[in-house]
Design a protein around this ligand. Structure first.
Ligand code: MN
Length: 145
C-alpha cells in the first residue's frame, strides 16, 4: 500500500530542483513555485545536482549559469550526459550570458532559458510548459530585447 500511495502522490505533485546561488533569487523562485503547488528542492552551487536529481527524480531543474564552483552550463552538460537523468528538462534562468553561452545552452541540451529579472507570469508559464512538454526548446520566445 505504501508504494501505491507514493505513486499517487508523485502523480499529483511536481518536483522542481532550483540551482541558484543568490539567496534573494532562490527565495523568489522557491516561493513562486511553492505558491503554485510545486515541491521544491534547493541547491546553492549545483555540486550536488546529480545526486539530488537521482534521488528525487524531479520534473524540472531550474538552473542559474553563474555559480560559485562550476557554471550551470557544466552542470547541465553533466546531467545530459547521464542516461538516467538526461530526460529531465533544464530551464536556464540567468542574469546575463557570455559570448557563446546561447550556443552552449543548446549544444549542452538546455531545454529553454529565461533572463533575470524574471517576469513572474512568463516564469510560471515557462515552468508549466517545460513540465508538460519537456522536449520543447523555444529560446527565442523568452528572449528580452
Ligand atoms: Mn548566480
Amino acid at each position: 500500500m505504501e508504494s501505491a500511495t507514493k505513486r499517487y502522490s508523485h502523480i499529483m505533485t511536481h518536483t522542481i530542483i532550483i540551482v541558484e546561488d543568490n539567496e534573494i533569487n532562490m527565495m523568489l523562485f522557491n516561493d513562486l513555485l511553492q505558491s503554485r503547488g510545486y515541491e521544491t528542492l534547493q541547491s546553492f552551487d549545483g555540486m550536488d545536482i546529480l545526486d539530488l536529481a537521482r534521488k528525487h527524480q524531479p520534473d524540472l531543474i531550474i538552473m542559474d549559469i553563474q555559480l560559485p564552483v562550476k557554471s550551470g552550463l557544466e552542470h547541465t552538460k553533466a546531467l545530459k550526459a547521464d542516461d538516467e537523468l538526461k530526460d529531465i528538462p533544464v530551464l536556464v534562468v540567468t542574469a546575463f550570458t557570455m559570448q557563446g553561452d546561447k550556443e552552449r545552452m543548446i549544444e549542452f541540451g538546455c531545454n529553454g532559458y529565461l533572463y533575470k529579472p524574471i517576469s513572474v507570469p512568463l516564469f510560471l508559464e515557462s515552468v508549466a510548459q517545460h513540465i508538460s512538454r519537456p522536449e520543447s526548446i523555444v529560446p527565442h520566445k523568452y528572449s528580452h530585447t
